[in-house]
Write a protein that binds this ligand. Sequence first.
Ligand code: ATP
Ligand code: LTN
Length: 332
Amino acid sequence: MTRVLSGIQPTGDIHLGNYLGALRQWALDQHEHDSFYCAVDLHAVTVQQDPQELRSKTLETMATLVAVGLDPEVCTLFVQSHVPYHTELSWLLECTVSFGELRRMTQFKDKSTKQGDAGQEHVSAGLFTYPALMAADILIYDADRVPVGDDQRQHLELTRDIAERFNSRYGDTLVLPSAAIPKIAARVMDLQEPTNKMSKSTDSAAGSVGIFEDTSSIAKKFKRAVTDSDNEVLFDFDAKPGVSNLLSILGAATDRDPEILANDYDQYGPLKTDAADAVINVLEPVQQRRAELLSDPAELGRIIARGAEKASEVASQTVHRAKSAMGFLPLK
Ligand code: ATP
Ligand code: LTN
């Protein structure tokens, strides 16, 4: 059976891009594949986090995974730092990947330049080596398939390169994974700045739609979404980023092709209203489920503990295999 793994950072508020680009795919995948999904808290601390906030966001993220429809009886849901083998494998992979490869990662370049003029000089070393930890997250579960949004494509390619290099140096040890990127809404854009991706770590409150936002606020954000002045509805991200973003959100939320949907509209107003309604329709049941879960912390605690146990069983075996292939002396 195909093995699946993916992760989400327990930072900021989970937005529509995360949902349409990743989480929804995870919920579909769980029934067909042996699936592992985690809150990647070790990745979150590559930028400074408030400890109290990290704890509560991690718990909320786990509740969200269940709320989007991931069934802890069907797949393994866990918190990354509960499985210490990830960091152990990560070191082995840091010694496999090159400095040049890490330096070329666009996420590192974007996030380090966002920190101002001092840029790369002051960002954490962890932000730089992050892709090795991400590779460890994937390779430690022998994952064949990794459902992610388009922004993670480059990290997935690097993960394959790392696995290939490891295998050619030390013998066939690690499984080569592939990215599974959705056809529609793989890159949901900011509603106010439709040439930037919707992101947890930007300050664009009006451009980002939180999946737990109240429905009137969601409707308002769609109404104010930036389009352009000529009122022609066309699916073309280069010429019409704002309108194309709305079409692709509507398409993803209603399972329809955005290019065909474009023919149904000759004005922006109705497109905005329909996109908002479709999104609210998809999110309402998710919002209800999460509220129920957060009111039962004991149940959530049990789900998290069971996930850590199941994930550790698989992860420990891969680390032993990798260490033995590299020539580490076994402890008798
Ligand atoms: P940040 O922008 O702060 O790095 P993020 O919003 O990208 O955070 P992550 O936790 O890093 O959130 O991503 C979780 C998943 O959501 C990943 O698979 C990622 O590819 C996907 N994703 C994130 N943003 C978008 C987006 N705008 N459109 C589609 N998928 C997205
Ligand atoms: N790098 C990803 C989060 C992430 C991940 C993973 C995704 C960490 N480990 C393993 C898939 C598989 C991000 O920033 N979205």
